[in-house]
Design a protein around this ligand. Structure first.
Ligand code: NAG
Ligand code: NAG
Ligand code: NAG
Ligand code: NAG
Ligand code: NAG
Length: 482
């Protein structure tokens, strides 16, 4: 029944038409590592828990004794390494912990008619087997959803020794109510498991699926479909789309489907399609931020060229005659949103820019002179070092063409050469300086990722960057799963 429901959900999510731009993959290696780390935390947690009271009645032939076992605390417990695996049938995980033994202690009280008695007890549990299956899903808001599918706990045997009071009287009857205590403990273990799953689910529900990354952009990260689980990995597809906070316009392009390469040697892989970067670029563009007004005050005084009609005569010969000795300014704006595409080893960036040149009359009036199309291509290499994403950028191509002119001939070849030199000498060093400082990658609360690799690949039309993490997670062991 359940697998059929999940298959249907997956079908529905496939027909919703949205491809994930970010995919997160947890491999079996990562799952096993996480389990290994989790066991230590669970062991610590187990040794600090107090079980709920157990009470009942036992018939001792001459009447009924009402008993309560209270303050039951785990004194010692050896948790065998459990097994955790991806569980396809329930689209989740199956965890089994077999052969756990534990020593517990607490207090007992009995009531037999008007006789009250009490003391302490030791209890040992042998061969406790717990198997739990949890399923993953997606709620309508795109949160990851986790639910307990089944829980089976079997307690192999229980030994109880009572001390104090008239314990010698009912110690012989232990075998009559031991079965009941076993049942109580069995269902107690499963309610604890269900309780933790519910607690985790509440955390997931409270998580934001949208984050403001700066004052301009917000990043949408809801799941685009139900988590996909096979025997070797868990794959989460996330929307991964940036929007301008103010304009919130949908870009004129869509995320293309992509398949993450199999990377069983890594623990965690994050794949990013160029759609994510392009949606950020479109966010800035749709907010009208990709434009700048350049005037002569922004040109370094030592520059051989100035925004003055006299100097610009070398590019537009008629300019100094028509408008002698006037300052100029340039309106530079993106004709379209700059587009990234991931190719082997590098991200290519195409930038299409229009430049409108104006002369400024002494009374402040701006006179249009000419308009240029400036198209450039850049290559950016990105890598991860010291927990930061770093990069370097080179300019591959730069072309200037004349779109309109009020001042006759404009020598675009000469302009192209001069601007290429200017960009390489002034703009790119600044960009590269910023890229070499890099951005600190997000970290998990208790874990530090080491040995990460960033790769860009073009697999036919499937262009992605993937960020793979292997080696070890350095858990800051705080003794809690909080
Ligand atoms: C735990 O959850 C599973 C699945 O919903 C259910 O079958 C089981 O009865 C629950 N156990 C307890 C003790 O609540
Ligand atoms: C979720 O977002 C809201 C508003 O942006 C913020 O106030 C809240 O603290 C966020 N919650 C979490 C758990 O990050
Ligand atoms: C433009 O340059 C010429 C030549 O150097 C100079 O005479 C003129 O004053 C400049 N115009 C302005 C407005 O600075
Ligand atoms: C500014 O000066 C120019 C040329 O001297 C003239 O053509 C134009 O009408 C003037 N504009 C205003 C608003 O005075
Ligand atoms: C630069 O772009 C122009 C126009 O698109 C093209 O003709 C030229 O071959 C390109 N040059 C290089 C080096 O890619």
């Amino acid at each position: 029944m359940l697998p059929a429901v999940i298959a249907l959900l997956m079908l529905l999510s496939c027909t919703s038409g949205q491809n994930p731009a970010i995919q997160v993959i947890l491999t079996n290696k990562g799952l096993q590592y996480g389990k290994h780390t989790g066991v230590g935390l669970i062991q610590e947690k187990l040794e600090s828990i107090t079980l709920p009271d157990i009470s009942g009645e036992v018939d001792i032939k001459i009447g009924r004794v009402h008993y309560t076992l209270t303050g039951i605390a785990v004194k010692q417990c050896d948790l065998p390494e459990p097994s955790v695996q991806f569980f396809q049938d329930a689209a989740g995980f199956k965890t089994s912990s077999l052969g756990l033994n534990a020593a517990l202690a607490g207090g007992w009280r009995t009531r037999f008619g008007i006789i009250h008695d009490g003391g302490s007890f030791d209890m040992t549990m042998f061969g406790v087997d717990v198997t739990s299956v949890v399923g993953l899903g997606k709620d309508p808001d795109g949160h990851l959803f986790i639910t307990s599918i089944s829980c089976d706990a079997v307690v192999g045997d229980v030994n109880i020794n009572f001390h104090g009071g008239a314990s010698f009287m009912f110690q012989p009857f232990v075998r009559y109510f031991k079965g009941r205590i076993r049942n109580e403990i069995q269902s107690g273990i499963c309610s604890a498991v269900n309780g933790s799953v519910e607690k985790l689910e509440l955390h997931l529900q409270a998580m934001n699926v949208s984050f403001d990354v700066n004052e301009v952009l917000t990043l949408d990260l809801p799941l685009t479909g139900t988590p996909i689980i096979d025997a070797s990995r868990l794959n989460l597809g996330l929307k991964g789309e940036f929007y301008s906070i103010r304009a919130h316009k949908e870009p004129p392009f869509k995320a293309q489907p992509f398949t993450m390469p199999q990377q069983p040697d890594f623990m965690l892989s994050v794949g990013l399609s160029d759609f994510t970067l392009n949606s950020a670029s479109y966010g800035y563009y749709s907010d009208g931020l990709l434009q700048i007004l350049i005037d002569d005050s922004m040109i370094p005084p030592t520059s051989p060229i100035h925004l003055n009609t006299t100097y610009m005569g070398m590019f537009a010969p008629q300019l100094p005659e028509k408008f002698p000795g006037l300052l100029m300014d340039l309106q530079v704006y993106a004709r379209e949103a700059p587009m990234f595409s991931f190719q082997s080893g590098a991200a290519k960036l195409i930038s299409l820019v229009d430049v409108k040149a104006f002369a400024i009359e002494p009374n402040g009036t701006q006179v249009p002179l000419f308009k240029l199309n400036v198209d450039s291509k850049f290559s950016t290499k990105l890598w991860i070092s010291g927990g930061s994403l770093k990069g370097s950028m080179t300019m591959d191509n730069f072309t200037v063409t004349l779109a309109a002119s009020e001042v006759g001939q404009v020598k675009t070849d000469a302009l192209e050469r001069s601007l290429t030199v200017a960009i390489k000498a002034t703009v790119l060093p600044k960009v590269n300086d910023a890229l070499s400082k890099g951005w600190i990658l997000p970290r998990m609360k208790h874990a530090q990722l080491v040995n990460s690799v960033l790769k860009m690949e073009e697999v036919s039309d499937n262009k992605i960057a993937h960020y793979d993490v292997t080696g070890t997670f350095n858990w800051e062991h705080k003794g809690s799963l909080g």
